[in-house]
Every structure is written in structure tokens, then in C-alpha cells.
Design a protein around this ligand. Structure first.
Ligand code: KIV
Length: 290
């Protein structure tokens, strides 16, 4: 995805003067308008979850355009079974670590369950905390057109909002479990949701577990970029939970996950080798001792 970049592009000098290290200016920060431009240009962008310093640094330097401090930290960091129990006070420090460590990626924070549903004022207050204390650049909320007025109030307060429709994990119990949303006649509901949320000012619409044909219809109905997770290949962006993408989580993966590494095995092998070395007296060796 093209962003205007202020990085130095000078070539090595031809003169015999000693080479001077020209400090490279950091690449330009991805902004919400860059994501919009990607849709206009027919380009794609990638989003991954991140919850800490090193993953944020690594994904940022790998060129991932958007980092999501997801409420999936609940079941990927804090040991819960679902995203429902995680709190604002638990997510904000993770968000701050990611925002401090990512120099180029747009950092989006999830508003956790219970932190925005009560009223538009509650949503604005929580959004402000994530931008002020968590240093996020935008926030994401789950829900359909019912939240259009909430989104409008947040945007008016200066909080960029990503809308999350389709399967919304915070409503798992209300939706009757992990189920694909927007099949057949239900596609119209998702289109209405997306249109209402985009009209209210959401800069992006994320769709989870939606048939590819429905996702295509939603994408065509709104000018803002869409992001998919289990929503086919027509959206401008794609997102995965990083522990799924890199194979840290292990176990059965959802159909929409592609695993790009096997970090669980790598880390387990490293831990076993370390344990063996300590027990056998091979570590620390003389080279590690003072
Ligand atoms: O919290 C999360 O991980 C999400 C997904 C859409 C990736 O909301």
C-alpha cells in the first residue's frame, strides 16, 4: 500500500569524501486516509493483532499496515476462554506498549465488552481513554446499525472508529455461538449495518465470518474500506490474530486461518533444549560466565 514517505533515498556519494551516515527519517505513519486511498486505488492492506512491545515492533517493521490491540487479548494473553471478561484497565497498558513500539502502523484498540454499550457518552469516554492513556490512533467497536449514533458521537469527539459487524465475539451468547452471519436473506441486514455505520462516520468496516458473496455486497455498498476475517477475498484489508497466523496457539484452527509459522514447536523445542542444558550442566558454559 503506497503512503507518502519522508525516508531518505540518497545514493552513495561518488566523491572520495568519507561516507557520512545519513540518518534515515522514519517512514510516514499510516493514517485512516491511507486505508481509504487503498480502496480507491484497488490496493490491499494487512492487519494483525498485537499486544506487546516485540510483536508490535516486528509487525511494524514487517510492513503490516494496521495493528489491532484486540479484545482477543482476553483469550490470547490473559488466559480467558472468550473475549468477554477483558477490561479497559487490562487492555490500556497493552495498547500503550504497542503504540509506543510501532513507528509506522496505525494502532487500533478494541473497546471491550461493557465499555461502550450503555450510551454514546460511555463510548466517547472509553474511546478518549484509549486515545489518551493507551495512545491508540483509532478504536474498534462491535455491533450493527444500532450503534450508528454512538459512532457519530465518537467521531464528533475526534475518535476515529472502525466498525466490526458479522460475527461479533462479544455477543457470542446472544448469537448462539460461533456462527457464520449474513447467509442468504440475512445479507441485507449486514449491508444495512455497514451503510449506517459508514454514514455515521466509521472510517472502516470489519466483517467477521461472513460468506464471501455477502462480504462483496457489503464492500460494494460502502465507500470506506472493508477488512475481512473469514469474509473471503474481496475486502481491502485482511486481519488475523497473530498467535493463529504464526502458529503459537496450537490446537484446531478456524477454517479462515492460514498458519505461516509453527512458533509453538519452535518455542517448545527451545525451552526443552534450555532445560536439558541446565540439568546436564552444559549451560552456562565458560563463555557465559564472568
Ligand atoms: O480482537 C480481535 O482479535 C478481533 C478480530 C477481528 C481479529 O476483533
Amino acid at each position: 500500500m503506497a503512503t507518502s514517505t519522508s525516508s531518505d533515498s540518497s545514493t552513495p556519494s561518488e566523491s572520495s569524501a568519507p561516507a557520512v551516515e545519513v540518518p534515515r527519517k522514519p517512514a510516514a505513519r499510516i493514517r485512516t486516509h491511507h486505508l481509504h486511498q487503498a480502496k480507491v486505488n484497488g490496493e490491499r492492506f494487512a492487519m494483525l493483532t498485537a499486544y506487546d512491545q516485540y510483536t508490535a515492533e516486528i509487525f511494524d517493521q514487517a510492513g503490516i499496515e494496521v495493528l489491532l490491540v484486540g479484545d482477543s487479548a482476553s483469550n490470547n494473553v490473559f488466559g480467558n476462554e472468550t473475549s468477554i471478561p477483558v477490561t479497559v484497565d487490562e487492555l490500556i497498558p497493552l495498547c500503550r506498549a504497542v503504540a509506543r513500539s510501532a513507528k509506522r502502523s496505525l494502532v487500533v484498540a478494541d473497546l471491550p465488552f461493557g465499555s461502550y454499550e450503555v450510551s454514546a457518552q460511555q463510548a466517547v469516554a472509553t474511546g478518549v481513554r484509549f486515545l489518551k492513556e493507551g495512545l491508540a490512533h483509532a478504536v474498534k467497536i462491535e455491533g450493527g446499525k444500532f450503534y450508528a449514533e454512538t459512532v457519530r458521537a465518537m467521531v464528533q469527539a475526534g475518535i476515529p472508529v472502525m466498525a466490526h459487524i458479522g460475527f461479533t465475539p462479544q455477543s457470542e451468547h446472544a448469537l448462539g455461538g460461533y456462527r457464520v452471519q449474513g447467509r442468504g436473506d440475512d445479507a441485507g441486514r449486514l449491508i444495512e449495518d455497514a451503510v449506517a455505520l459508514a454514514e455515521a462516520g466509521a472510517f472502516c468496516v470489519l466483517m467477521e465470518m461472513v460468506p464471501a458473496a455477502t462480504a462483496a455486497a457489503v464492500d460494494a455498498a460502502v465507500d470506506v474500506p472493508t477488512i475481512g476475517i473469514g469474509a473471503g477475498n474481496v475486502t481491502t484489508g485482511q486481519v488475523l490474530v497473530w498467535q493463529d497466523m504464526a502458529g503459537l496457539r496450537g490446537g484446531r484452527m478456524a477454517k479462515f486461518v492460514k498458519q505461516y509459522a509453527d512458533l509453538r514447536t519452535t518455542l517448545s523445542d527451545a525451552a526443552k533444549a534450555y532445560g536439558d542444558d541446565v540439568r546436564s550442566g552444559q549451560f552456562p558454559g565458560p563463555e557465559h560466565s564472568f
